[in-house]
Design a protein around this ligand. Structure first.
Ligand code: CCH
Length: 352
């Protein structure tokens, strides 16, 4: 049944949607990479001490200078040429690399790694606590960054070693939203990678089996209001739940690799029944029984204040795109001590 939704999603993609080529094959066809320790927080291991061994050419190495992650180009005598200060164009190159890889590697899940990259950016950022100023994307301190997303990004980190993991993870989330047909996500660099001591305690991310009070507690702790909470949850238009990850199963709509307001339309227009199965409580649509909603998703229409935004976004895709973009930009910047100003954010060019 879930495969019906998957086929529909691919058909949607094939039907001339603005986005990615259709998937070739089923999900989980990804080669079984081992968990790479370096991907976890290996920033201390890669650059440093790299010296060119070539006596004929200028060797270029990168040295991680101090905890800030500033890279220095070295010549063959290992004399610093000065800090490498990446420009907007350098970050656009990282964006382009992510976009190309997303377009080429369609043999995963519903045909795109985009959704899992969005989830990585959200989880990296969603640990923020406005009272203590702890958590957030600064630090790349996520201990359980999804393996698929990390493995996808590791070659990009290797190609652009000057970018911090925490900048890369958030940039990838912004790129995925744009590449999957969503709104522009202005983004700026400035996150540093930190070591394990900066990890926040577990339990800061939301628990899908809970209700509206829990959503308000968790997102309120990050500093979001009701409108922003609902807008952010609209990211569930993308991707699916996996029994081997969260225990839940299935996509939220028929086009899980295209960013739309379908999540809200279906929440309002479809009838959602509790699924009878040997798994955690989740809901399934009456019409096809192929889609799903989490208890926290259903809480968005049970709560009066949340529901008014769900209904608004269901009717007005432009409003959703705009308000999602604003809230997602805010999410990715929580707790980051930027040197730059909000008006200095980069607007990346989406691939053709
Ligand atoms: Fe989410 N999310 N999310 N979510 N999420 C899951 C998957 C995705 C909750 C629970 C889950 C946001 C908010 C919430 C994505 C983006 C966002 C899954 C299935 C659960 C469970 C994981 C699995 O099994 O693979 C809960 C609870 C909340 C809030 O209360 C927010 C905010 C965002 C982004 C802005 C995306 C994308 C996915 C799909 C991932 C994939 O692998 O396809």
């Amino acid at each position: 049944m879930a495969s019906a939704a998957r086929s529909a999603s691919r058909a949607f993609l094939r039907s001339g949607s603005s986005v990615r080529p259709a998937a070739r094959n089923a999900r989980f066809a990804l080669p079984a990479h081992g968990v790479r320790v370096a991907a976890r927080r290996g920033y201390a291991s890669e650059s440093g001490q790299t010296k060119s061994s070539s006596s004929t050419a200028w060797g270029i190495g990168f040295v991680l200078a101090a905890a800030g992650g500033t890279y220095y180009y070295l010549n063959s005598e290992a004399t610093p040429k000065g800090p490498f200060v990446p420009t907007k164009e350098d970050y656009q190159k990282v964006y382009d690399e992510i976009a190309t890889k997303l377009a080429n590697e369609t043999d995963y899940d519903d045909g795109s790694y985009g959704p899992v990259l969005v989830r990585l950016a959200w989880h990296a950022s969603g640990t923020y606590d406005k009272e203590t100023g702890t958590g957030g994307s600064n630090g790349a301190t996520m201990r359980f960054a999804p393996r698929h997303a990390r493995d996808f990004l590791e070659p990009i980190k290797a190609k652009f070693p000057w970018i911090t993991y925490s900048d890369l993870w958030t940039l990838a989330g912004a790129a995925a939203i744009q590449e999957l047909g969503g709104p522009t996500i202005p983004w700026r660099p400035g996150r540093e990678d930190k070591d394990v001591a900066a990890c926040t305690p577990d339990g800061r991310l939301p628990d899908a089996s809970k209700d509206q009070r829990h959503i308000r507690d968790v997102f309120g702790r990050m500093g979001f209001d009701d409108r922003e909470m609902v807008a952010l949850c609209g990211a569930h238009a993308l991707g699916r739940a996996h029994t081997d990850r969260s225990g839940f199963e299935g996509p939220w709509d028929f086009s899980p690799t295209v960013f739309t307001n379908e999540f809200f339309r279906l929440l309002v227009e479809e009838k959602w029944n509790q699924r009878k199965w040997n798994g955690p409580t989740q809901f399934t649509d009456k019409t096809t029984s192929t889609l799903m909603m989490l208890p926290t998703d259903i809480a968005l229409v049970k709560d009066r204040s949340f529901k008014q935004h769900v209904e608004r976004y269901a009717k007005d895709s432009d409003a959703f795109f705009k308000e999602f973009s604003d809230a997602f930009v805010k999410l990715l910047e929580l707790g980051v001590p930027f040197q730059s100003k909000p008006e200095d954010r980069f607007v990346f060019k989406t691939s053709e």
